[in-house]
Design a protein around this ligand. Structure first.
Ligand code: FBP
Length: 550
């Protein structure tokens, strides 16, 4: 395989580990935990894995060095650093005992069920160190939730002598990891299950998890692109750029990009919901900013839009909730089957309330179609398919035209559209993600060698130099509550949305009026892997603000 100069130089990078993981470790137990909500129900559903303590690893004289065979799965959307979790885990199990083995299940959880796997070797792992992507074994979105899947999984795990399975995923995949851990514990199968917090969306975080891996690199990649667009925009001075960024429901990515680039406008879905804004309110908010800048002679600007926006507009949220109910077969809990898209739309229209029908009918045909038809295997609306950036700019253009006719606006409005998602998901991990991911993987080997199951690998204090990072584990049940999914109440990890009283949003809110009117753009430039530490080793602004760092 031919490699770029950067790839070759980057392959030699040795990711940093927290000091505690640089030698033998022992477990320091914290207090017993409870779930973030619905404690009694979660406890009853997870009798074997509920209430376990948070743990931290501290240096020890010696540790258990029995060889262990471990399996790993990459689940869901790609996120920069996944390969380093695998190389960290590989080095971790080998450091315990050279005879330990690491197997990778292919193309996501489906690889476990279908018994498709590879065994990692030194040469194989070395090809992927510090690289972006999940191509080492591929990823997939198969839901691991049925007994038949768990039973099929145990056959191959036993055949390969695998003692523990590591599932690298977001909130849905780690929810499934927790269910699997409980199932294997209840059956006394002797297989541990460990989760690892991945998602560029940044919405798998809480008191114990500072950030999900990949968020750092993805946001820096989008910020570079947005910065470049802003420079073009400020040079030509003739376009308004509508830039949608990934992130599914939460607006963490949009907010981080705004903190990095200072665009004229950044919408935050969580605020739109809290203020009960309608689609027209959002359009009016943008149009007003366009008109103010036009009055100053600036017929250009940038608008950053979180991809989940549409789901947070209260009327549309209500509609989606009902769509999720009616599109699920109540007897099986599975999506209803339809012969054609037309039949599905027809069914939807005759089974939702008049109010929801009116909302659906008010949307452009393609948005209407996407809301009715497309769901991922976890039942989520596929917001990345909805072209909100085009929908909003068309509605803004219409409003400005009306204002022009009334003599309220006298500018020129011409729009360009962008969607940044896939551009950032497989970027070569920043130093932060390279170190964080390697540490998460290495740390998982210690959770396993210490007999833990139903835990997520956690690395804390990550705004400090890596040597000071704190390594340990948190019971996945601690993050769970009951939510309505696909027409049924289910135990799930609580998603972390942007907190409107949190430091990142508050800082943004204190600056946005200034950024809206002026041209206060910042151009972050590309991620740097070599050079001064203040350029190469910055964490995200979100994390820095959350931890009270400058
Ligand atoms: P995960 O939550 O699985 O990490 O995926 C994140 C994400 O990139 C979202 O931002 C986006 O909405 C979605 O995946 C797109 O998924 P797909 O690649 O399957 O179209």
């Amino acid at each position: 395989m031919e490699k770029s100069a950067l790839q070759i130089a980057r392959a030699a990078y040795q990711p940093k580990l927290p000091k505690a993981l640089q030698g033998p470790v022992k477990v320091k137990e914290g207090a017993a935990t409870q779930s973030v909500g619905n404690q009694e129900e979660i406890k009853a559903l997870f009798p074997n894995t509920y209430g376990m303590p948070v743990v931290e690893f501290v240096p020890a004289e010696s540790e258990n060095t029995e060889p262990i065979n471990v399996g790993i799965i990459l689940s869901g959307g790609q996120a920069p650093g996944g390969h380093n979790v695998i190389s960290g885990l590989y080095d971790g199990v080998k450091s315990l005992n050279k005879s330990s083995k690491l197997y990778g299940f292919l193309m996501g959880p489906g690889g476990l069920v279908d018994h498709k796997y590879v065994e990692f070797t030194d040469e194989f792992i070395d090809e992927y160190r510090n690289t972006g992507g999940f191509d080492i074994i591929g990823s997939g979105r198969t839901k691991l939730e049925k007994e038949a899947q768990f039973e099929s999984g145990i056959q191959i795990l036993r055949q390969l002598g695998i003692k523990a399975l590591v599932i690298i995923g977001g909130d849905d995949s780690n929810t499934n990891a927790c269910v699997l851990a409980e199932y294997y514990a209840a059956k006394k199968y002797g297989v541990q299950v460990i989760g690892c917090p991945k998602t560029i969306d940044g919405d798998l975080k809480n008191e114990q998890i500072e950030t999900s891996f990949g968020f750092d690199t993805a946001c820096k990649t989008y910020s570079e692109l947005i910065g470049n667009i802003q420079r073009d925009c400020n040079s030509a001075r003739k376009y308004w750029h509508f830039i949608k960024v990934m992130g599914r429901s939460a607006s963490h990515i949009a907010l981080e990009c705004a903190l990095q680039c200072q665009p004229n406008i950044c919408l935050v879905s969580e605020e739109v919901e809290a203020k009960q804004m309608s689609l027209d309110d959002v359009v009016e908010y943008i149009a007003k900013a366009v008109a103010v800048r036009a009055a100053d002679g600036n017929n250009f600007g940038t608008v950053v839009i979180p991809e989940g926006l549409i789901e947070f507009i209260p009327a549309i949220k209500k509609l989606i909730a009902q769509l999720n109910e009616v599109l699920t077969d109540p007897t099986t809990g599975e999506p209803r089957e339809f012969k054609s898209a037309e039949e599905q739309i027809e069914f939807v229209l005759s089974n939702i309330t008049a109010e929801n029908k009116a909302v659906l009918e008010s949307l452009p045909a393609d948005v209407k179609r996407q809301l009715c038809l497309d769901r991922d295997p976890h039942g989520n609306v596929q917001v990345s398919l909805i072209e909100t950036e085009k929908l909003l700019s068309a509605m803004v253009a219409k409003k400005l035209a009306a204002w022009k006719a009334e003599g309220k606006y006298n500018g020129k409005f011409s729009a360009q559209h962008h969607f940044f998602g896939y551009e950032g998901r497989c970027a070569a991990p920043s130093n932060y993600d390279a170190d964080y991911c390697y540490s998460l993987g290495y740390n998982a080997s210690r959770l396993i060698s210490n007999g833990m199951t139903g835990y997520m690998s956690v690395i804390k204090n990550t705004t400090a130099p890596a040597a000071e990072w704190v390594a340990g584990g948190v019971p996945i049940t601690m993050m769970m509550n009951i939510e309505r999914r696909n027409g049924a109440n289910k135990p799930v990890i609580r998603k972390a949305l942007v907190e409107l009283d949190g430091a990142p949003f508050k800082y943004f809110a204190s600056k946005r009026d200034e950024w809206a009117r002026q041209t206060a753009y910042v151009y972050p430039g590309p991620i740097q892997y070599f050079g001064p530490t203040e350029v190469c080793d910055q964490c995200t602004k979100t994390l820095a603000l959350e931890q009270g760092k400058k």
